[in-house]
Design a protein around this ligand. Structure first.
Ligand SMILES: NC(=O)CC[C@H](N)C(=O)O
Length: 235
């Protein structure tokens, strides 16, 4: 952090804004506010350079054509890559995951290079995956199951340079019973929700990386109740 304000880069919300994933930036800012830390959401729109100085970056989901545009726009400039080299966390959702990967092929057969920040390649599956997802997380990413909503056709295969976030209990995820991808501090998932609203532990994992230490939990009964409902648990 350059000062006591955490700067959250919201990358291309005008292009990757279809599924409400910009809410992930709002969740991060609110969790900081609840802990008494100032933050600023910095939207980076199409045609603007990505500043390499921000503390954390989020990318959302979008349609095939939108994500081709996003990949072309982001690969033509050094901002995000420089930020990653500095150790800044990056969080991508669905199209964001695919764009952060090595390459993806869309439903119409167009193949597009991604940013290569994740070792992940994506091809269209036979049918669209739509619905609720529950994932058993690898303990490195949290102890509680990840929940969210998926709406995508892409199936993603990880190479040795990335690890999945966990294994799918319900839903499709990457398409091979794994879900999401991580390399260093780059984390991506197929889940919408916004996913950080539904999974505050994942939000705090990212924020902990910004601060360099784990953050104390925020006891929020309404968030806990929502999680229980999503997981089909009583009480
Ligand atoms: N929800 C999304 O971001 C969709 C991503 C991509 N267009 C797919 O269908 O796989």
């Amino acid at each position: 952090m350059t000062d006591s304000t955490v700067h959250i880069g919201l990358i291309l919300p005008d292009v990757l804004g279809t599924y409400g994933d910009s809410g992930n930036a709002t969740v991060l800012a609110q969790r900081l506010r609840w802990r008494g830390t100032r933050s600023e959401i910095v939207p980076v729109l199409l045609g603007e350079p990505v500043p390499d100085s921000l503390d954390l970056y989020v990318l959302g989901g979008g349609e095939d054509d939108a994500q081709i545009l996003a990949a072309q726009q982001l690969s033509g400039q050094p901002g995000l890559r420089r930020a990653v080299e500095r150790g800044a966390p990056v969080f991508g959702v669905c199209a964001g995951l695919q764009v952060l990967g090595s390459w993806f092929r869309t439903s119409s057969g167009t193949q597009q290079q991604g940013l290569g920040l994740l070792d992940a390649s994506t091809v269209p599956g036979r049918r669209r995956a739509v619905g609720e997802v529950v994932v058993r997380l690898d303990p490195a990413f949290g102890r509680e199951p990840l929940t969210g909503f998926e709406n995508h056709r892409g199936h993603t295969t990880l190479g040795p340079g990335s690890v999945p976030l966990g294994r799918v209990r319900r839903g499709t995820g990457n398409g091979d019973r794994t879900e999401g991808a991580c390399t260093g501090r780059i984390v991506a998932t197929y889940l919408h929700g916004p996913v950080l609203a539904r999974n505050p532990g994942l939000a705090d994992l990212l924020l902990g990386w910004v601060f360099g230490h784990d953050l104390p939990p925020l006891p929020l009964p309404e968030v806990a109740a929502l999680r229980r409902a999503r997981l089909g648990r009583r009480g």
